[in-house]
Design a protein around this ligand. Structure first.
Ligand SMILES: Nc1ncnc2c1ncn2[C@@H]1O[C@H](COP(=O)(O)OP(=O)(O)OP(=O)(O)O)[C@@H](O)[C@H]1O
Ligand SMILES: [Mg+2]
Length: 246
């Protein structure tokens, strides 16, 4: 089982949009996928129309493998399950920090309920916390959506610096341009500059698109209703590129 996190220390850059559509693209390609909504805002779960169980909100949730796996919900799509966000996720940090071997424990937790997945996709909240640091450790790859503007560039540099200081493997970070408007000179210049600095940017980019903006209305991945139009295709292409890396 591989673990891919959609993470940025910056808010509103398209982490959830990427997590939801990449999970869908991965499932379409034949992988058995669990999308974990680790952000208490619960946007991923909302897009997939799943609700967390009220019974699972106390902090024992994460100490109990059965509770953890019982909280997993089927989505409307084949091979794609969701762990919806939960108030207990505020304590996800504590849960992970208590685990000595968090990576294998998390795998064990999922396997113990006969939930076997090829891919675990994590939709992360936008901050550097103990939770994110644990994610930096357990993830095989960390997709970092970057809007090609000066502030996003600065945040990406901060993330690379943090990885340097804390000794995390920078190779895990896979930045991808998000909400790209190719007609904007600023976007084009920022992308050129950042690609020169960081060779690991994915070649494919995610365009700014009203198809993606409408996910809140459709409550489904853009890929599932927008077909092969630009935005949908971009996530499929990003998934294929990413799949080669893991
Ligand atoms: N490629 C895109 N084109 C147009 N709108 C987009 C695109 N990607 C995301 N959006 C919109 O931008 C907003 C923020 O996107 P999203 O929720 O995916 O970001 P996020 O990084 O997960 O935010 P947060 O930090 O709050 O978790 C949403 O309203 C979403 O519909
Ligand atoms: Mg989000």
């Amino acid at each position: 089982m591989k673990i891919i996190a959609c993470y940025s220390n910056k808010g509103g850059v398209g982490k959830t949009a990427a997590a939801v559509n990449l999970a869908y693209a991965a499932a379409l390609s034949g992988q058995r996928v669990l999308l974990c909504d680790l952000d208490p805002q619960g946007a991923s779960g909302f897009y997939f129309r799943v609700k967390p169980s009220n019974k699972l909100t106390d902090d024992r949730f994460f100490n109990d493998v059965r509770r953890f796996t019982k909280a997993i919900r089927a989505s409307d799509f084949e091979d794609l399950d969701i762990l919806p966000a939960n108030h207990g996720f505020r304590d996800f940090d504590i849960f992970l920090s208590r685990m000595k071997h968090s990576r294998s424990r998390l795998k064990k937790a999922l396997k113990s309920a006969n939930h076997e997945y090829d891919l675990l996709l994590l939709d992360c909240p936008p901050n550097i916390s103990r939770l994110s640091e644990n994610i930096f450790k357990i993830a095989d790859r960390i997709i970092v959506p970057v809007i090609p503007t000066t502030l996003s560039e600065r945040t990406l540099e901060q993330l690379y610096d943090f990885f340097d200081e804390a000794g995390y493997r920078k190779k895990k970070l896979v930045p991808v341009f998000s909400m790209v408007q190719k007609s904007k000179k600023l976007h084009q210049e920022s992308m050129d500059r950042m690609r020169n600095m960081h060779k690991r940017f994915l070649l494919h980019t995610i365009p700014f698109s009203s198809d993606i903006e409408k996910m809140g209305l459709h409550r489904a991945p853009a890929l599932s209703y927008a077909g092969k139009r630009s935005a949908a295709w971009a996530y499929e292409a990003v998934w294929e590129e990413l799949d080669q890396l893991i």
